[in-house]
Design a protein around this ligand. Structure first.
Ligand SMILES: *[C@@H]1O[C@H](CO)[C@@H](O)[C@H](O)[C@H]1NC(C)=O
Ligand SMILES: *[C@@H]1O[C@H](CO)[C@@H](O)[C@H](O)[C@H]1NC(C)=O
Ligand SMILES: *[C@@H]1O[C@H](CO)[C@@H](O)[C@H](O)[C@H]1NC(C)=O
Ligand SMILES: *[C@@H]1O[C@H](CO)[C@@H](O)[C@H](O)[C@H]1NC(C)=O
Length: 822
């Protein structure tokens, strides 16, 4: 009684009874009296798709109901019904039950493994049928009504991992349906894997890919023509695509242009990507046509808030202009997750906007959209709301229309190599360009420095900000100093204070000579120790170096660069005030018999890595690209924890990020550290700094000066000596005998190797600093190329005799200036 009363049992009996007739018909439809058994299939009318039971090669005992291409020999399953509930034997039966629902039964134990029923009330008067259409859609419908709008249920609403032409991914807001793709676990297991692809509902909805609960990739919001972050989805000969947004539905779909083309979009867990495949008949293979994410920069939020990913750069993450890494330390070890923070805080109504072109628009969860506003209205609305951080057109068609505004952090921005939409990002007035600045009425601008200053071509004015200090310290005033058109924010120190703390520049307080004048030590009232670099009077060369140093260093902040605390410009005095470095410069250690004993290998290695990070920051990671041009042991200062700090930016040059090389007729730098192309042809680039770094590295390892190196058995210089030992298989002979404790030989060897790579003759052979850091931090020597012949390795260089030095140094090192003879 119990068994007979079970309706499922009855259906099973009917199902098994009818299997043969269904199979022989190769029909496309089942009805309540014609179930589908394990060894029969439905074939769509045009012969494109087939529905039936299948198992995967690796799991042949698990049976699933699915749909695949009928005419493609390698079975390609596009839909699975019971993906989480396989049937362990061949007893499966698909049928339509008395209430008009599709039911998949396991025959052995009479359990329902899967059902599908309509949200619409089935009309009991009519018969319900299930049909496999030639589009690959399996539909449940009224026998007499084949209108798509009246389907009771369709497999297209419940995609698995594949989007076929005509399917939608997205939401039906009327019935709360979320059509999303979910990957197979692997090619043998159709159960849902980690990846999901769906459309996020916000004011400005966009498709995104998730790995578990973590967002993994966005295509960027729809801009009227395409997804702003996936320019590769262009109009194409294979298919049309559209994104539709209304009160009722938000979805993405594509339609074939040529019905005979076979193409599918699949979310693939093996490759962690969304792939488009097209069937190539002649080769009988699926060809991958597109894949997203495309590259590293597509990884969601890789560069953190306000970071921008530039795939052609190394490392790929940069801060947007006007922003700097939140933690320089983390940023330099390529952990960008903390992102970037503004250099200067916003000031609401006094702010402006900077236009950034060619970007993938930031993540849209906190946005506001109005389709009828124009860009001007959009700007005004964004400006009026202090929490609005960016805006742009919501639709780029016809020159642009609509308004989208962002609130909060801007996340997941990348530069699109093929171009992309513009984004207008809110910036404080001080970050805007000079012409924009003049339009902004700043409360009080007082010209603080006049007379001599303007004669000296430094136009300086100060914006008094009595209430707050932008650097968050207790300096009495923060000023914006304009030096040669550059706006710099620098605390200004009073001359009387500096005179006071240096005992009127007494020789007792003198620390030595810097790039353009003497350096004095002082202690401020709050106990902070400072180093005051004073421009020698009457040195026009010194003045231009002073200005250069202010411009360069004021914009930089990095733990491996010396920190500028402020400046003092009063009367004829020009001074830069730095944090004081108690351990002085590196040369005072490595070349000194006694002090070099304090530098064990691990300290030396720490110093090497720090210099490399500082240089990487200068070359790649700062807002500017800076070529130092005078890197040497005496320009590396050491703080009380022996952290190295690169100093002396008097000769530094600022490059655009696109600029790689420049030429000068005035070759300045220090003999022994200068790259050949620079010393001879005046060509400087990041690679000429790399050369100097290589020399410095060999000096730190050997404890010998590059300049004035002598060896009893040959006339090679330090580079040549290192190269000779390397080739003779005795690289360890280079090591400074004074740090004879235990040290990891492999690490020292790697440093010698890197040093030789950096001093190679041809600049193109030398590694860049990010590769240097990679090599320093890697145990894998296989990534390191073999060094080629270095430059200047034989004996003395004629330049040494031509050394028309005009400088200054407490050590016997000299920064030279060569006027190129032409
Ligand atoms: C019935 O079979 C299914 C699949 O074959 C299995 O998952 C389920 O545990 C079985 N149920 C019972 C009650 O045996
Ligand atoms: C459609 O594609 C098929 C096969 O690729 C090709 O033979 C046919 O000419 C195409 N039809 C049109 C109208 O482009
Ligand atoms: C997933 O990607 C891998 C590697 O690209 C490929 O071999 C495999 O066939 C793809 N799977 C599907 C379902 O397309
Ligand atoms: C700014 O915009 C946000 C988001 O639309 C809104 O919640 C807030 O009230 C607005 N603030 C002002 C001052 O208009």
């Amino acid at each position: 009684m119990a068994i007979l009363g079970n309706p499922f049992f009855m259906f099973v009996c009917i199902g098994l009874f009818n299997v043969q007739s269904v199979a022989s018909n190769a029909a496309d439809t089942i009805n309540p009296s014609q179930p589908l058994g394990n060894d029969s299939t439905l074939v769509s009318q045009g012969g494109s798709f087939e529905l039936g039971f299948f198992s995967t090669p690796g799991n042949s005992w698990k049976h699933y109901l699915g749909i695949w291409y009928k005419n493609i020999p390698s079975r390609t399953v596009v839909w699975v019904a019971n993906r989480e509930n396989p049937i362990n034997d061949t007893s499966g039966v698909l049928m339509i039950n008395s209430t008009g629902s599709l039911v998949l039964l396991s025959g052995t134990n009479n359990t329902v493994v899967w059902t599908a029923s309509s949200w619409k009330a089935a009309d009991q008067q009519n018969r319900v049928v299930a049909q496999l259409l030639d589009s690959g859609n399996f539909v449940l419908r009224d026998e007499k009504d084949s209108d798509p709008g009246s389907y009771l249920w369709q497999s297209f609403d419940y995609p698995t991992d594949t989007l076929l032409p005509g399917m939608k991914v997205g939401r039906d807001l009327r019935i709360g349906l979320n059509r999303r793709l979910k990957s197979w676990k692997n090619s043998d297991d159709p159960s849902p894997g980690e990846l999901t692809y769906d459309i996020e509902l916000h004011n400005f909805p966009e498709p995104s890919m998730w790995k578990g609960n973590t967002k993994y990739y966005r295509t960027g919001p729809w801009n009227g023509l395409r997804f702003s972050g996936a320019p590769e989805l262009r109009p194409n000969p294979l298919y049309r695509f559209n994104f539709s947004q209304s009160q009722e539905e938000i979805f993405y779909a594509y339609q074939l242009r040529n019905k005979s083309v076979i193409t599918r979009l699949v979310l693939n867990e093996t490759s962690y990507s969304l792939q488009r495949y097209t069937w190539i008949e002649v080769d009988q293979t699926w060809e991958e046509y597109l894949s997203a994410p495309r590259d590293h920069c597509d990884n969601y939020g890789l560069c953190g808030a306000h970071g921008i990913c530039v795939i052609s750069e190394s490392p790929v993450c940069q801060c947007l202009k006007g922003f700097a890494p939140k933690s320089a330390e983390r940023w330099n070890i390529m952990d960008w997750s903390l992102g970037c923070v503004r250099n200067k805080p916003l000031n609401c109504h006094k702010d402006g906007f900077v236009k950034f072109g060619g970007l993938k628009l930031p993540e849209t969860s906190q946005t506001w959209v109005n389709a009828t506003m124009n860009l001007k209205e959009c700007r005004a609305k964004c400006l009026a709301n202090c929490s609005c951080t960016a805006y742009t057109n919501s639709d780029i068609r016809g020159g642009g229309s609509g308004c989208v505004m962002w609130f909060g952090d801007l996340i997941d921005i990348r530069l699109l190599p093929a171009g992309g939409p513009d984004l207008y990002i809110r910036m404080p007035a001080s970050e805007l360009g000079a012409n924009q600045r003049s339009k902004i009425k700043t409360a009080a601008i007082t010209v603080a420095v006049t007379g001599i200053v303007s004669v000296l071509l430094i136009v300086t004015y100060c914006i008094r900000r009595s209430k707050r200090s932008l650097r968050g310290n207790n300096k009495d005033k923060v000023h914006i100093v304009e030096v040669q058109g550059e706006h710099l924010e620098l605390p200004l120190f009073k001359l009387s204070i500096i005179v006071d703390v240096t005992n009127n520049f007494s020789s007792h307080n003198k620390l030595g000579e810097g790039g353009f004048g003497p350096v004095y030590k002082g202690t401020l009232l709050n106990g902070q120790e400072i180093a005051v670099k004073r421009l020698s009077v009457c040195s026009s060369q010194g003045l231009s170096e002073f200005k250069n140093e202010v411009i360069v260093i004021a914009k930089l902040q990095h733990r491996n660069l010396v920190r500028l605390l402020g400046c003092c410009i009063q009367g004829e005095e020009r001074m830069l005030i730095y944090e004081y470095m108690p351990n002085k410069s590196l040369d005072s250690f490595i070349f000194d018999q006694t002090r070099s004993r304090q530098l064990d290998w691990s300290t030396r290695f720490h110093i090497i890595c720090g210099i490399a990070r500082g240089l990487l920051y200068l070359h790649q990671d700062s807002r500017l690209r800076i070529i130092h041009r005078d890197l040497k042991a005496s320009n590396v200062l050491l703080d009380d924890e022996m952290n190295p700090k690169i100093s002396d930016f008097g000769l530094a040059k600022i490059f655009d990020h696109e600029q790689n090389e420049a030429k000068t007729r005035r070759v300045v730098g220090t003999y022994g550290y200068m790259a050949p192309e620079y010393a001879v042809d005046g060509l400087y680039s990041i690679k000429s700094d790399v050369f100097s770094f290589g020399v410095l590295l060999l000096e730190i390892i050997s404890g010998k000066r590059s300049r004035g190196f002598n060896h009893s058995s040959h006339s090679l210089n330090l580079i040549g000596h290192a190269w000779k030992l390397w080739n003779e298989g005795k690289p360890f002979d280079l090591i400074d005998a004074l740090y004879l404790e235990l040290f990891p030989l492999s690490e020292v060897l790697r440093c010698i190797h890197i040093g030789l790579l950096c001093v190679q003759q041809h600049s193109k052979d030398r590694p860049n600093m990010s590769f240097v850091l990679l090599m320093l931090g890697s145990d894998d020597d296989s990534i390191m190329p073999q060094p080629k012949q270095p430059a200047f390795f034989i004996g003395r260089n004629p330049l040494e005799e031509a050394d028309t030095s005009q400088k200054k140094s407490s050590s016997n090192e000299i920064t030279i200036t060569l006027l190129e003879a032409r």
